[in-house]
Write a protein that binds this ligand. Structure first.
Ligand code: ARG
Ligand code: GLU
Length: 736
């Protein structure tokens, strides 16, 4: 190929990439401003169809589910769809040995059989409004305000704005900062409190592949569950009650089963939790070279202990399944993140951008901006030791040996016994603690916990600056000859907190006696020492420096926007409603590796391991595979299961709808590929893919596997492919 043509080819590839590479999580009120891009990318409806405050739009079908996940309305009777892992705790709470819904799945035969879930909520966004001008005006000259004072002032102003907005309505409202407090949005919400479990597949479908497949492609998880929102007879939120009725939504998503093709336009609408797109190189350096590696090391050490124990005993396997999953989810994500940052040379790129930033500031005589990166550098030098201490405190106490947290639950009884007794409250508190004891020990194995403690302690001691380590750890040198294992053994040998019977007996002692026993308990003392060291010596300073970083970041990000007006800045995710768009596509995650975009039921059978916790396949599903009884959901004798697309997502996007160009539901997001996890910091269009369950698989499981056809009958099923619509912009059919 002649050089000029090669150059042209490269330019075209680059153009194609930039045309289709859609980094960013867009605020729905601003979609009008990128409507042209959306249409170029393939969207066939209008920005107004996605978000409108004047008529039903897609946003009216999007639900913030339980505060951490996304769900979407899929019928005019308030039926909502989310992930199995998002409904997991509700499903678990409904389960018992007689009704093991986690293991066997659950399908309500009719509405009367749907199960209430106290505390579970479903929140809709009524409207969002940019209130930056008012907030920033009222803040006035923030120059001499500390970050803490500013935060307080913002809260006050925000509350006033929110109060005005909700006057005479049943809505809630909050004002949230975006872009490090350079802008503010008022968010008006409507929260439903009666959300009932409708259906969930068995874990062998909903969690198929378990932790082995987590964050991985190819993937075959039917990660979905269904709930229903109930409202009072007036269709407004109401406490759970028999007189409630299925909620009638302003819009319900139609479901398209015509099939998904590589290259199809796709978009995702949901509640991504948090991203860090504009971090300085100093922060990336800390994450990539210190925080992630340390946390990975800590978790690898505890997982080694827990995994071995789970392999050796069924009892331990059940006891530790949930804890293991939560430790390993972030562990695996961080491994991918470090690898991705390294491959993308994010740190080097950041450094180059920062040099450019300072040059530009210099050219323009912006002394305020010239100072900001040196300030960040300086702040990070102070911040890192505190951040290590804080991060490893969290790893040690919240993800490490459970006794440390458990012991803290007895703090009030032990430290404030005199006052509690004087107020006549001691007995009730002790009784409450006593009731919690069996629950803790049900899923606790002292031997495993002790080995986790031994595995983590040396890493902790070697990594956390000595002056912010709990002083009690000095005993290891002074009394145990530097042998931390022996120190741990001694704790567990003497503590009542690792023995259900001894602890139960102690809780029945006289208050004064109990308090004394607890205060002298070796594990309790260590736990106290960890918490006090953190609360007194780490957290306050950590907050002060963290606040200064926040102030500097506000200036830095604002400066980037001012000096680079041609670049589009999207605000970092902050658990508010966002839209990302791209297309259905496979990827090239690593050199020599190409990922296809689709997986099928055949792949489930390839992975099938009879009786395995992660890879067993229900008999009925195997039978359906053998007879290829896929109904109208299959294509040419195969059953689609999952697909990937180039949508920018993060934690919190779980359960988010993946929609086609007409705003019809085609997929249910539940994960990213391992090679994507650095996208919280830097998105790469070639590598970053989100993973969805194909809606055809969801319907196949509901209809053919579970025999819950009545649920499919509630939905509006579209069988016409997008290409079959006439050219031009299509009117969004509002389904209600
Ligand atoms: N990685 C996904 C997320 O971050 C799924 C987690 C649940 N699944 C699991 N096997 N732990 O939430
Ligand atoms: N599984 C994640 C969640 O629960 C989504 C995956 C991601 O982080 O992209 O939100």
């Amino acid at each position: 190929m002649p050089a000029s043509i090669r150059l042209l080819a490269t330019v075209l590839v680059l153009l194609a990439r930039t045309a289709f590479a859609h980094e960013g999580m867009w605020i729905p009120t601003l979609l009008k401003s990128i409507e042209g891009d959306l249409h170029t990318a393939g969207l066939r409806i209008t920005a107004d169809d996605i978000y409108s405050i004047n008529h039903g739009s897609i946003k009216d079908a999007i639900v913030h589910f339980g505060g951490g996940c996304t769900a979407e309305v899929i019928s005019t009777q308030g039926l909502i769809l989310t992930n199995h892992h998002c409904g997991f705790s509700a499903i678990q709470e409904q389960s018992s040995l007689e009704h093991d819904y986690l293991k066997n799945g659950f399908w309500a035969r009719d509405k009367a059989a749907e199960l209430r879930n106290p505390g579970l909520t479903a929140t809709f966004i009524i409207r969002m409004e940019d209130v930056s001008e008012r907030v920033l005006n009222e803040l006035g000259a923030t120059k001499d305000m500390s970050e803490a004072q500013r935060r307080e002032a913002v809260t006050r102003i925000g509350e006033a704005i929110a109060q005005e907005a909700i006057a005479n309505t049943h809505y809630q409202a909050v004002v949230r900062p975006f872009n490090y407090g350079n802008s503010y949005y008022l968010i008006l919400t409507e929260t439903f409190r009666d959300v009932r479990l409708v259906g969930a597949p068995p874990s062998s479908i909903g969690k198929f592949g378990g932790d082995t497949d987590n964050w991985m492609w190819p993937r075959h998880t039917g990660d979905f569950s269904m709930f229903r929102i109930y409202a009072g007879p007036d269709n407004k939120p109401a406490d759970a009650s028999d007189s409630n009725v299925p909620f009638v939504p302003r819009h319900a998503l139609p479901i398209n089963i015509a099939g998904v093709q590589e290259g199809d336009f796709a978009m995702i609408f949901g509640f991504p939790g948090s991203t860090q797109r504009y971090l300085s190189s100093y922060a990336v350096d800390y994450i990539q070279h210190t925080a992630d590696p340390l946390r990975i090391k800590m978790r690898a050490a505890s997982l080694e202990v827990i995994d071995a124990a789970m392999r050796n005993s069924d009892r331990t396997r059940i006891q530790y399944a949930d804890k293991q999953a939560s430790i390993s989810n972030a562990y695996k994500k961080w491994i991918g993140e470090v690898r991705g940052l390294k491959e993308l040379r994010t740190l080097e790129q950041k450094r180059e951008q920062e040099a450019l930033f300072t040059d530009r500031a210099l050219e323009r005589g912006r002394t305020d901006l010239q100072a900001v990166l040196p300030a960040l550098k300086d702040l990070y030098a102070q911040y890192v030791p505190l951040a290590i201490a804080r991060d490893l405190f969290v790893e040690m106490v919240y993800y490490g040996p459970e006794v440390l947290r458990f012991a803290d639950g007895f703090r009030e009884l032990a430290e404030e016994q005199v006052k509690l007794e004087a107020d006549g409250k001691f007995e009730a508190k002790a009784a409450e603690r006593l009731r919690a004891v069996p629950g803790f020990f049900k899923d606790f194995d002292a031997g495993v916990d002790q080995r986790v403690f031994k595995a983590l302690l040396p890493i902790y001691r070697a990594s956390v600056p000595e002056n912010v380590q709990p002083a009690l750890l000095k005993e290891i040198d002074t009394r145990f000859n530097g042998k931390s294992d022996a120190w741990v053994d001694d704790l567990y040998a003497r503590s009542i907190l690792v023995s259900e019977s001894r602890l139960t007996a102690a809780l029945k002692l006289k208050p004064k006696k109990f308090a004394k026993v607890m205060r002298n308990d070796p594990v309790y003392k260590v736990s106290r020492n960890f918490f006090r060291t953190f609360l007194e010596q780490i957290r306050p300073q950590h907050a002060v420096i963290g606040d200064r970083i926040e102030t500097a970041m506000r200036t830095y990000v604002k400066g980037m926007m001012e000096m680079d007006p041609g670049r589009t800045f999207w605000p970092d995710a902050n658990s508010t409603l966002r839209l990302s768009y791209g297309k259905v596509e496979g990827s090239q995650p690593r050199d020599g590796v190409v990922f296809g975009a689709f997986s099928t039921l055949d792949g489930i059978m390839e992975k099938y391991v009879p009786g395995d916790v992660e890879f067993d396949v229900p008999e009925r599903l195997r039978a359906l595979h053998t007879t290829k009884d896929y109904g109208e959901y299959g294509v040419n004798g195969t059953m689609p299961v999952c697909f990937t697309s180039s949508l920018h997502t993060t934690g919190g996007n779980s359960g988010s709808p993946v929609l086609n160009a007409r705003g019809e539901l085609i997929g249910l997001n539940f994960d990213r590929t391992w090679e994507s996890t650095m996208s919280d910091i830097q998105f790469d269009p070639d590598k970053c893919r989100n993973i969805s369950v194909d809606l055809r698989y969801v319907l196949f499981i509901v209809d053919k596997f579970a025999g819950a056809r009545h649920l499919v009958d509630e939905m509006r099923i579209v069988r016409e492919p997008v290409e079959a619509s006439l050219p031009g912009v299509i009117q969004l059919p509002i389904h209600r």
